[in-house]
Design a protein around this ligand. Structure first.
Ligand SMILES: [Zn+2]
Length: 387
């Protein structure tokens, strides 16, 4: 087996035809690259990428041979296993945008400390030492590694999210990470050069098997409007629980945008800390109506935004579980694939069919598109693909 520059291998180590623990091996002519390192959750049990499969593959013998790691964005299913990966892959250089680094740092600490308050100082220092090894990259920047060049483009989705383009001179491969075509509360849509002439797109296609799924882009506004009406008009305080910290910031932004009545919005400590970090990176979120929740429960009707870590008295509150999806739906994915018109699309991060009888995949639909040249691979975990 040669290591010629045109040998390109791809192995999903997690996040293949399921969601969670996104992590992909990309071998380019003897250079060993990892795309994302997430964790997943199934039936309340956490799972991680299968690094063992990688070191028993023909391409490398130890994790010490990993050269570079690229992290697309700061959601836990893409970055949650990064510290573990860095401990094992001691020689790897890790790249992400500065916003992703700040968001990741806080979420990784937060995860380490749940139910773990005593030994936190050691753990925190170890984590910090690892994260200091991360190299920050900018959008539109190109880095030349000899065998290939890498460029980074805004992916939309959440602040800091990037798409990564590998160019070997003969082949162009784009890893999308999670992306959005249209602007969202805190980001613009993704931005790619025209005429990319891609050979391969490795696409995070959550809804690639859900033809009937339509994104309800307004779900977040309906939930925000409902909470504001309850507190503003009906004088009923509302407790909004948001498990993912980064979604908490988006929800706060939606509340602030619509808060004409000036309802006080209180934030718990974790959300406040994260918002302050975002502000320092020039992502403005806070308004005069946002306050930190102290020890005393406010008397006036208000909204309390919490990531739901600690217990909280629910007596006076109407409780609201906030959730919304920022992923592209079937039609948007189709538009994006048409625009890229890559020779090959490798689909990963795909949710299971809702019904194997009724649902068809994006591949079956793209077959009928005029001028579409794309061949599809639904990449499975633990399978080796030559791209
Ligand atoms: Zn994401």
């Amino acid at each position: 087996m040669g290591n010629a520059v045109n040998d390109i291998r791809f192995i999903p180590l997690g996040g293949g035809q399921r969601v969670g623990a996104s992590c992909y091996y990309l071998g380019i002519g003897g250079s060993n690259i990892i795309l994302d390192a997430g964790i997943g959750m199934e039936n309340g049990v956490e799972f991680e990428p299968d690094f063992h499969f990688l070191i028993t593959s023909p391409f490398l013998q130890s994790m010490g041979q990993i050269d570079r790691v690229f992290i697309s964005h700061a959601h836990m299913d893409h970055v949650g296993a990064l510290l573990d990966l860095m401990r094992q892959a001691g020689h790897a250089q890790v790249y992400m945008t500065e916003v992703t680094r700040v968001l990741s740092e806080y979420q990784l600490y937060d995860r380490l400390f749940i139910g773990n308050k005593e030994r936190d100082e050691d753990v925190r220092l170890a984590a910090r030492a690892l994260l200091e090894r991360v190299a920050c990259v900018s959008f539109m920047q190109t880095m030349d590694f000899g065998k290939y060049r890498v460029s980074f483009f805004p992916a939309g989705h959440i602040p800091g999210a990037m798409m990564t383009l590998f160019d070997t001179g003969r082949r162009r491969i784009l890893y999308t990470g999670d992306y959005s075509l249209h602007p969202s509360l805190l980001t613009e849509g993704c931005m790619l050069p025209e005429n990319l002439d891609l050979d391969t797109v490795i696409l995070c296609g959550l809804h690639a098997k859900h033809p009937g799924y339509v994104k309800k882009a307004d779900a977040i506004f309906r939930q925000a409007g409902y909470a504001l009406r309850l507190a503003g008009e009906y004088k009923q305080s509302v407790l909004c629980r948001i498990p993912q910290l980064s979604k908490g910031i988006e929800f706060l932004k939606a509340l602030n945008n619509e808060n004409e009545m000036g309802v006080p919005i209180y934030l718990d400590e974790s959300i406040m800390k994260m918002v302050v970090k975002m502000e320092r990176l020039s992502v403005p979120v806070l308004t005069e109506h946002n306050k930190s929740m102290g020890l005393m429960e406010p008397v006036e009707p208000h909204i309390y935004l919490t990531s739901g870590r600690g217990a909280f008295p629910l007596g006076r509150y109407k409780s609201l579980n906030v959730d919304f999806s920022l992923h592209e739906d079937f039609q948007e994915m189709k538009m994006f694939l048409k625009r890229l018109n890559a020779r090959q699309a490798v689909l990963v991060h795909c949710g299971r069919e809702y019904s194997v009888f009724d649902d068809h995949t994006i591949e079956q639909e793209m077959m009928f598109e005029d001028g579409c040249r794309t061949q599809f691979i639904f990449a499975e975990e633990g399978e080796i693909y030559g791209l």
